[in-house]
Design a protein around this ligand. Structure first.
Ligand code: PH2
Ligand code: MG
Ligand code: MG
Length: 315
């Protein structure tokens, strides 16, 4: 590359490279300097005229089966992958190199033998008013095992039913999120906060490869897109999406506490959740069905069988 490469993006984590199941250090297949015209960028001129993007990828995998059998179907066909990566660059324009790099990493990890990948995307002709040889973003991604997470949805302003339905559709559309269960919808009296209208509440089970923080950010964005404003704690809201559990993770940070600290007392979470998943556990607390059974007389929670959020679980 040029004289003065400037690299933005994640630093390579220190430590050992990923290993095969037997602990053998993984092998690498590199594709370098794949140059493709695309229309990505924040500037209108970049979207209109396009420019070259240059992609390097390093695929981590165990090549021993391919070596032993001398068989292409035991490894990654790098010719086919190069075409797939070029299609990503030629495809739907995005604003940021970060997002393009993520899409390229996703394409690499769609190859079943690839365990991890380093992607670097260069924009050598970036419209920058300085003599800059290159700019690039590098990311490392490792195949993630999906984790089951449970979300609580609530709305008590505006078209509550339409809002919940639209929120479910937006969750389903997120890359890295698959909805695996939808509870019945309940109408509930407000718990805490000022005098306000009743809520519609439901619980959604997902399988996700997103980290808890990325999931939280995505949920907050969906709230904002449905007119959520942050004024009063426990005040009325167009849409609230809370992460109740993320696998069996127990953690407490300034922005996220898991499991949700008040889930164990909230009838509007426990009752729909227990209906969806009678065997579910609140990590570190106990069985959801047992917690739900302790709620006296349903505590302000009424079934709303007339409100359906989508296709039933499992379909
Ligand atoms: N959410 C709150 C506070 N109070 N009450 C009901 N019934 N349903 C809710 O979703 C709810 C609440 C804070 O998020
Ligand atoms: Mg809440
Ligand atoms: Mg919330």
């Amino acid at each position: 590359m040029g004289r003065c490469p400037v690299t933005a993006g994640s630093l390579r984590p220190a430590g050992r490279p990923p290993a095969a199941e037997d602990g053998h250090e993984l092998d690498v297949i590199r594709l370098e300097g794949l140059r493709v015209k695309g229309f990505h960028g924040v500037l209108e001129s970049e979207r209109r005229e396009g420019q070259d993007f240059v992609v390097d990828v390093a695929l981590r995998l165990d090549t021993r089966p391919a070596a032993a059998l001398d068989a292409l179907d035991q490894t990654v066909d790098y010719g086919a992958l190069a075409v797939g990566l070029a299609d990503v660059v030629r495809g739907e324009p995005v604003n940021l190199l970060e997002r393009l790099a993520q899409r390229l990493a996703d394409r690499c990890l769609a190859e079943p033998r690839v365990v991890a990948v380093d992607v670097r995307v260069h924009k050598p002709d970036a419209p920058i008013p300085e003599d800059l040889a290159d700019v690039s973003v590098g990311i490392r991604r490792t195949r993630q095992r999906p984790v089951d997470a449970v979300l609580s949805l609530g709305a008590n302003l505006g078209e509550r039913e339409a809002t919940l339905r639209s929120a479910v559709a937006r969750l389903q559309a997120l890359d890295g999120v698959r909805i695996t269960g939808l509870s019945a919808v309940v109408e509930t009296e407000p718990v805490g906060g000022p005098d306000q209208g009743d809520y519609l509440n439901a619980v959604v089970r997902i399988s996700t490869t997103l980290s808890p923080f990325v999931l939280l950010t995505a949920c907050s964005q969906i709230e904002l897109d449905h007119g959520r404003t942050r004024d009063l704690r426990w005040g009325p809201r167009a849409l609230d999406i809370d992460i109740i559990t993320y696998g069996d993770l127990v953690t407490s940070t300034p922005t996220l506490e898991l499991p949700h600290p008040r889930a164990a007392e909230r009838a509007f979470v426990l009752l729909p959740w227990a209906g969806l998943d009678p065997a579910a556990e609140l990590p570190g607390v106990g069985r959801v069905a047992d917690l739900a059974a302790r709620i006296p007389q349903g505590q302000g929670v009424r079934p709303r069988p007339d409100v359906q959020l989508g296709a039933p679980a499992g379909s």
